[in-house]
Design a protein around this ligand. Structure first.
Ligand code: EPZ
Length: 421
């Protein structure tokens, strides 16, 4: 067990480079199960969740090789098992993304109910409803889910999602690429990670149109082949460093991002009075002169304000002039960081999915917990501007999703260290 110890070392300055997107690389890795040829993925971040996915793929019979600094080659020549071990699946919700490829390629998959961050009930009913529409049979046995395709192949259908779930859209897309006939996903998620997955699948020979809109059309093909693909930059990691620059009243260039993916975050930072300018390779975030003022946010599916940046933004609002309101509409319990921010003097109150942030606080160092991945990053940001020392526990959550977090922050002048407890 290790902790992070963070001290206020003034405004952050300099440049930071964003890694490949965690939430893109995980579905891409799962998608390699769809064909018997090698697939090469570039821009793979070195993260705990990526290692878990490598283990899962190996447990199913794939070989996974690191063939460069951030390049991996995955070859699922044969599917040796259709049942990843429970201890691996339990560690990460995204493990359920292997179900779509497994049933698509082999007609059968069996998984334990997936684990992951504790940010509320995270059912998989929409994934299962999608598989069922494609004419798979679903069997629940205690905590286990078995999906069986009785015919030779899944059958293309029109699938309406009650909510534009990212994971369900990805799983259904992967299930449908080898199905018989055409599948239409209506009210599909529009996140950039969906587009990245569709591009990857199309490079493998799939026929997907409309990814990035609310209606995706997938024409089934008889087989897929290997390909090479570079993961898109991590918009949530980029957003976290933009918040770090703003909360410390610093000036940072965040490099290697897709400006279009950052629109809601940029707009809200600008509303707070932060100067955000597009420069050659990314965004320059300048909060040196600006008085940071309150604003309200409401999280929504893309292109709305991302739920994953809600907690870091809340830390910024705690230090802003005036009171702000944050409404979380995507997850039912994503305010666990509030209690931790309050230990540092933020005085935030919540009612159901609404938080009121009085603002204008000088945060004080305290012993706090990383309650989930983004909540953990939030506590680091709060520690960067707090008086005294902030000790952050349960940092394994943070290490699931931020590559070289300490090194990158130190590169901007932060005082932060990882200490074995
Ligand atoms: C993805 O999770 C991301 N994870 C999450 O990233 C992100 O917060 C989330 O999308 C929303 O943008 C990965 O991509 C690996 P959802 P996912 O299915 O796919 C409900 C991070 O910090 N729902 O869009 O699990 C669900 O309970 C994280 O990197 C159902 O009701 O998100 C939630 O309230 C954590 N039934 C909402 O939909 C279902 O079958 C959105 O979930 C599926 C989802």
């Amino acid at each position: 067990m290790a902790n992070y110890i963070v001290k206020n070392n003034g405004p952050l300055q300099g440049e930071v480079t964003v890694s490949g997107a965690k939430n893109s690389v995980l579905p891409l890795m799962a998608a390699t199960l769809l064909c018997g040829e090698p697939c090469i993925i570039d821009g793979v971040p070195d993260l705990r969740d990526v290692h878990i996915m490598k283990d899962i793929l190996r447990s199913l019979g794939a070989t996974v090789e690191e063939i460069g600094d951030d390049t991996i080659k995955i070859h699922a020549k044969e599917i040796a098992s259709n049942e990843p071990p429970r201890d691996m699946v339990d560690k990460m919700r995204a493990s359920f993304l292997v179900m779509g490829p497994l049933i698509s390629r082999t007609g059968y998959g069996k998984l334990h109910m997936p684990g992951g961050c504790s940010i509320g009930e995270r059912p998989i009913d929409l994934h299962l409803k999608g598989f069922e529409s494609l004419e798979a049979n679903i069997y629940h046995r205690a905590e286990e889910i078995e999906v069986v395709v009785e015919k030779d192949k899944l059958t293309g259908k029109v699938i309406y999602l009650d909510f534009p779930s990212v994971g369900a859209t990805e799983n259904i897309m992967m299930a449908a690429v080898l199905a018989d006939g055409v599948t239409n996903i209506i009210n599909a998620a529009e996140e950039p990670e969906i587009v990245d997955l569709a591009n990857f699948l199309n490079k493998m020979g799939a026929r997907i149109k409309g990814a990035g809109t609310e209606s995706i059309k997938i024409e089934g093909v008889s087989e897929l082949h290997g390909c090479r693909h570079k993961v898109i930059p991590d918009r949530i990691e980029a957003g976290t460093y933009m918040m770090a620059a703003a909360i410390t009243r610093g000036k940072v260039i965040v490099k290697n991002l897709v400006p279009d993916h950052m629109r809601p975050i940029v707009a809200k930072l600008q509303e707070c009075g932060v100067k955000v300018k597009l420069v050659d390779m990314g965004y320059e975030v300048d909060a040196q002169q600006a008085p940071i003022v309150a604003t309200d946010i409401k999280t929504l599916p893309y292109p709305g304000f991302p739920t994953d940046i809600q907690s870091p933004f809340m830390a910024l609002l705690a230090t802003a002039r005036g009171s702000s309101e944050v409404v979380e509409t995507v997850f039912e319990n994503r305010f666990m960081h509030v209690a931790e921010l309050n230990k540092m003097g933020a005085a935030i109150t919540t009612e159901d999915r609404k938080a009121n942030i009085p603002g204008g606080k000088t945060l004080k160092g305290a012993e706090v917990y990383a309650t989930d991945l983004r909540g953990g990053a939030t506590m680091v940001l709060a520690g960067l501007v707090a008086t005294g020392e902030t000790v952050i526990k349960d940092i394994y959550h943070i290490e699931r999703g931020y590559e070289k977090f300490i090194e990158k922050l130190k590169g901007l002048g932060a005082e932060i260290k990882r200490v074995e407890a």
